[in-house]
Design a protein around this ligand. Structure first.
Ligand code: HEM
Length: 516
């Protein structure tokens, strides 16, 4: 009896294995030789399954791997059974700006509070409604109104660095994340969080920790089956639970701001003012004439901006200052330029002055080219038709290859910014390339830049980021020279990527020495 049962289960197992192998074999043959994408160049093992690409995602070197493929196979490469990547300026325009393809489901891994925000809304029609709600907050003129808050937070950072006075190194990723959390919170909710002050006093700011934990939680959630998630989060370790709860911590913080502001609005305490925090706009925003934006959408939207704005900007600043620690020649030029417009180290000039400084602009452009914080594939999906008249049979043509609906197409800033036909010696950090070039060369370089993405889904907060980069760099170089301790080196700062980049050591310690 027992023997028969064992024999049957053994046969069942063999049956399942051989059925799975046959299925895999047939699929592989189809993917390699019969699929409409078969003619597109690329390694055969990438065409067979997504395993190969996912392996490089886990190794945190997807961007570099894709770049190697472009070098080996040319500007269009098949990287998965249904995934195509390209490095071509006109295709970039077609996909992201002209046809405005919807996003791929990859973005659902970035949901906040298990709900959509602008970045994760896949289809164009729904996204446009979201974007209209928050976009007025980030116009250059509106962002400029929040400069007092930005300057105040930056001066906090300068005070912290002054107190350290070069006697110890400072972990920049954390410091600048706290700075950005303060800035985004004050401009979004009109609320002073004081994250930098807490950090200086060695007091933990739970919101900043939660923002830092959020991507790790996302990776964990995608690995752990949903039924096991609650169990995993009950492990008896306070730090572990805090990470599992990062989504909740952020949602609670934002919800508190929502109820506070609504109460103030209802009590008539918030009058007509030109300077309106983003939350107030969202609370008044209507999806249609009889539908206000629901609270759970407002909360997710605000959380999305906290996450999108903090790490990207702090990573950029950390790499920019790391570059300055190695390049005193560049630092001196920046200091000379900033000294001209900034006599008092705590009086940061208005953005209208900072954005006219040519070398500062060139430095930031070069920084965004080499150290783009989000240089990864921005995946879009080929729709069932690209015909303007709605005909369903128009197949999308990508550089001579007909792509069927459902194909995932994308490009990455990492490669657009390293095209050696556009940027000579692309791996060299050279702000001068933006100053010492012809008008045609400049236009060509500008067209290839996509640090904030491109097209209709371009970064919503890029104007805020551009101001903050200028404010932070001017503030720091005015007061400090920058050095790196031995532990911060090429190896520790090697770029890893997981949608955003980060240093291999997960930290960037630098020394800020007061200028004489
Ligand atoms: C240097 C800093 C930053 C970089 C490099 C950056 C980069 C990006 C990129 C590449 C995207 C497009 C993603 C895609 O196409 O899927 C994006 C989207 C977005 N970013 Fe940023 N970002 C930065 C700072 C900020 C800041 C400060 C905020 C706001 C506080 C912000 C808010 C957003 C939002 C809301 C989106 C979604 C846009 C939409 O689909 O409507 N970002 N960002």
């Amino acid at each position: 009896m027992v023997f028969t049962a064992l024999f049957c289960s053994h046969n069942l197992f063999l049956g399942i294995v051989s059925a799975a192998s046959t299925y895999f074999l047939i699929r592989s043959i189809y993917n390699l030789f019969l699929s409409p994408l078969s003619a597109i160049p690329g390694p055969w093992y990438a065409a067979v399954s997504d395993v190969w690409l996912n392996f490089h995602v886990i190794r945190l070197r997807q961007c570099k791997t894709i770049q190697e493929l472009f070098e080996a196979y040319g500007p269009v490469v098949r990287v998965g059974p249904t995934k195509i990547v390209f490095r071509d300026i006109s295709t970039m325009r077609t996909v992201y700006s002209v046809h405005k393809f919807d996003k791929s489901t990859y973005y659902k891994s970035l949901l906040t509070n298990d709900n959509d925000h602008a970045m994760t809304t896949l289809d164009h029609a729904h996204h446009i409604i979201r974007r209209r709600g928050y976009a007025p907050h980030y116009t250059p003129a509106n962002v400029a109104q929040f400069q007092p808050e930005m300057h105040e937070s930056m001066c906090e950072v300068l005070n912290v660095l002054d107190n350290i006075a070069g006697k110890a190194s400072t972990e920049c990723l954390t410091l600048f994340r706290h700075l950005m959390v303060d800035v985004v919170v004050s401009s979004s909710y009109g609320y002073r969080l004081g994250a930098v002050t807490k950090w200086a006093m060695d007091v933990e700011d739970p919101l900043s920790t939660a923002i830092n934990d959020f991507p790790k939680r996302g990776i964990l959630r995608s690995i752990v089956p949903s039924w096991a998630w609650k169990l995993v989060c009950r492990l008896p370790d306070a730090r572990w639970r805090q990470m599992c709860d990062s989504d909740k911590i952020m949602a609670e913080f934002v919800s508190a701001r929502v109820y506070e502001m609504r109460a103030q609005m209802n009590a008539g305490k918030i009058g007509e003012s030109e300077k309106i925090p983003m939350l107030q706009r969202l609370l008044q925003y209507r999806y249609s004439s009889n539908e206000l934006m629901p609270d759970h959408d407002i909360i997710s939207e605000c959380m999305g901006h906290l996450i999108a704005g903090s790490d990207t900007s702090s990573i950029s600043l950390s790499y920019f200052f790391w570059e300055l620690s190695r390049r005193p020649d560049i630092l001196k030029k920046l200091q000379a330029e900033v000294d001209e417009v900034m006599t008092d180290s705590r009086a940061i000039p208005d953005i209208s002055v900072l954005q006219e400084l040519p070398y500062l602009n060139a430095f930031i452009k070069e920084g965004l080219r080499v150290y783009t914080a989000a240089p990864s594939l921005l995946e879009r999906v080929v729709p069932s038709s690209t015909a303007k008249n709605g005909a369903r049979d128009e197949i999308f043509d990508l550089m001579g290859y007909a792509l069927p609906p459902g194909t995932v197409v994308s490009t990455q800033a990492w490669s657009m910014h390293r095209d050696s036909t556009v940027f000579s010696s692309p791996d060299t950090f050279l702000p001068e390339r933006w100053l010492e070039c012809s008008e045609d060369e400049l236009a060509n370089m500008n067209q290839h830049m996509m640090p904030f993405g491109t097209g209709t889904r371009v970064c919503g907060g890029q104007n805020l980021a551009q101001v903050m980069l200028r404010v932070a760099i001017a503030g720091v170089v005015k007061s400090f020279n920058i050095g790196a301790p031995a532990e911060t080196n090429e190896r520790s700062m090697e770029i890893k990527d997981s949608f955003v980049i980060f240093p291999a050591a997960m930290e960037c310690k630098l020394i800020f020495l007061p200028r004489q």
